[in-house]
Design a protein around this ligand. Structure first.
Ligand code: SF4
Length: 165
């Protein structure tokens, strides 16, 4: 746990979103991510519960209190590595997942859960450097995160022009 009294001192602050009228006029990003400093503050709200109910809520059992702690300590690369240990696609699960982890968070007793989804998408997508080039470099493959899926599946890493098998 980054800060034992964080949940008492820091108010929940979530990401912002463009209004629907604005969104439907373009294909641009509509999520307004929190600045890094605010993300770290929000991660400090995590109480590192003895029984982390967020784990039960997360469909992929992300190690939420552990990477909240790493985000708080500004260790984004380590946080990303930990995210990838349970989740091959944090950059988009952080966007499309309805965040049952937040519903399950102990701090949700008074409707102020830790902003778990925001930390996940920030770590997985922007700050963590989880771009295809990063992944290709790490996995020595053009197949991105699939190359690290522990499923024993064949991975096809070649690129084909449209219409050419
Ligand atoms: S339930 Fe909430 S406060 Fe507890 S460990 Fe999980 S994210 Fe942190």
């Amino acid at each position: 746990m980054g800060r034992p009294t964080g949940f008492l001192e820091i108010e929940r602050q979530d990401r912002g979103y463009d209004k629907p009228e604005t969104r439907r006029r373009s294909w641009k990003e509509f999520v307004k991510p929190l600045p890094d400093a605010e993300n770290r503050k929000q991660a400090a709200r995590c109480m590192d519960c003895g029984i982390p109910f967020c784990h039960e809520g997360c469909p992929v059992n992300n190690l939420i209190p552990d990477w909240n702690n790493l985000v708080y300590r500004d260790q984004w690369r380590a946080a990303l590595k930990m995210l990838h240990s349970t989740n091959n696609f944090p950059e988009f699960t952080g966007r499309v997942c309805p965040a049952p982890c937040e519903a399950a968070c102990t701090l949700n007793i008074d409707e102020n859960p830790v902003t778990i989804n925001a930390q996940s998408s920030t770590g997985g997508g922007r700050k963590g450097g989880s771009s295809p080039s990063y992944r290709c470099g790490e996995a020595a493959s053009g197949s991105g995160s699939l190359a690290r899926a522990p499923l024993g599946l064949p991975v096809h890493s070649s690129w084909h022009a449209p219409g050419i098998p």
